[in-house]
Design a protein around this ligand. Sequence first.
Ligand code: GCW
Length: 701
Amino acid sequence: MQRKERTLWLAVVGWMLTASCGRADDGSRLWLRYDLLEEPLRHSYQERIRELVIPSTEAFAAVREELLEGLTGLLGQTPAVRESVSQNGAVWVGTASTLRTDSSLIDLSDLKELGEEGFLIRSIKIDFRDVILIASQTERGVLYGGFCFLRLLQSSQPIDNLNIKEKPRIARRLLNHWDNLDGSVERGYAGRSIWRWQDLPERIDPRYKVYARANASLGINGTVLNNVNAQPQILTAEYLKKTAAIAQVLRPYGIRVYLSIKFTAPMEIGGLSTCDPLEPAVRNWWKEKAKEIYTLIPDFGGFLVKAYSEGQPGPQMYGRTHADGANLLAEALAPFHGIVMWRSFVYDLTIDEDRAKCAYLEFVPLDGKFASNVLVQTKNGPIDFQPREPINPLLGAMPKTPLMLELQITQEYTGQAKHLVYLGPQWKEVLEADTYAYGPGTTVGRIVDGSAEGHTLSGIAGVSGLGTDANWTGHPFSQANWYAFGRLAWDYTLSADAVAREWIQMTLTRDPKAVNLIAEMMAGSWEACVDYMTPLGLAHLMAEGHHYGPAPDYVHPGRHDWSSTYYHRASKTGIGFDRSSKGSNAVSQYHPPLRELLDNPKTCPEKYLLWFHHLPWDWRMSSGRTLWEEMQVRYQRGVEYVEWMQRTWKTLEGKIDRPIFDEVSRRLALQADNARQWRDVCLKYFGQFAAASIEKKNAQQ
Ligand code: GCW
């Protein structure tokens, strides 16, 4: 054989091997893998999906392309594309207007109630033919319907008798990128920023489209491209052109772009001598800037702002309030229907010694003062994305202001991209938590979706952490957190387990036994992380700066609220931060009866115990153990869970694509080491105090 021929032959064999057993996935296709389905499932789907009836117009290009790619891959044959139903087994896709011109036989009366983004998927009969209808009022809704249909096939669902109606509960479902213009990503653990600013606007990275498809498949409809620690340059003409180029790729997928702004931009790039929000020249600058943006990007979403927090400038520099600052921007964006997402992540300790109380004290008095196109964006907990926090007391405390929930997909405090930690259960705990703001049942979900307080503007954001790594998220399982965020943003009543199972089947394997095992691993992984890092309501024990690894003894030279000791307050007498009515009284920021429940260490849920109470080492826990014994049990339990995950994963060898299998094995080994380290360091450190207290008690007896 000639050398050239031989190379070709080897390449063909290599391709056949990978294609036939599908065993070389590197995770880059995310959950949009449309690999051939197994028999007999494939055959049964083929019967029902023979032709795709869909308009050939540009407005349907995204959904048409996706369905064709998906169906061809999954079924191993390309359905005929038609403009009208011609045989049994048609999938008929359209909006109210395109469908109506085709037939009057179908009842579309319920489309209206599904709004702009909702859709229905229904098995119907047309002229005695079996048809699956995917319909919405808008092309965007049809796109979501198309993705939903593909998901059904990818997760082996029956499609004989479909009657699905969906619409999102929350209006704005956004990713927040903490990406800097130099390509670095704050708290990103998956490589560099996916936005290649230096190549834009000329060169469009093909990954932007994959990103758009992945987000659209979940119903994510917006993205903030740059870090909240913002650089003013993002608003220069040069960067706005780059932004417009990204917006153009995302637009067909229903995703709007938003930008984080720096409050001093009028001075830094606009040449003004002030950025006082009440100054006419400043107001005018923002109005002109908004015009410039909307000329380039007519569907621009709006601004995200971190002001007067962690070194960022804000209206307070001029003695103005958050509301003054937000309203300045709101006024500029309003003519174009843009919104402002003003973050509540502030902790000025001159306002209160207890960091957990600060945001509430600053923001609640401003309720009612924000313009109608402002949302206050609030992290789930009062401190900062700790492995577990009680809910942020602002949720349910600002009835006149829509509060946007900010969750963290990137695992800053939960093992970064090294630990397998499925955050679906954490977000469910948050969204289902009862604020009691308007009586029992006022869950965080109902505050965030606007239903409890009657807001039409509503939003939820996930800090993304995506990067240039082939698999986007570093840890293959961190993809599941992106996936779960999107699914719960669409419908937070879905269960974390159901969402995990979808993701597993679409991404890793459809083998039922393997799916069960992996779902089980994921289900307890967050609680395990809480156990081996910060059990029983502890928080902020990690090393300073990079926030990875334990440092319970850490004392910051300048700021005590950045010290671990500030949070755990361990001493001979006990451990925990007294936020009860006898301590900082942070409990008073919650509504009764939650307030009373948290205030009493006997009724406070043990998962929050040391968040709200300082208790002696021999405090009796519900298990009958002392607090110190319980801490040891929890740290150990967390470690054992990770070791169990390691063993379980090993049994899946051969069922998962090799690169992903190996990657996860490697990271689980590291996670197990890390978990043991967390346990050992924390128990040794806390043990000194516990031992001293036990010695003292023994001596007294
Ligand atoms: O979680 C903390 C991070 C900071 C981040 C900040 C914030 C973007 O450690 O890196 O800055 O919160 O949310 O603003």
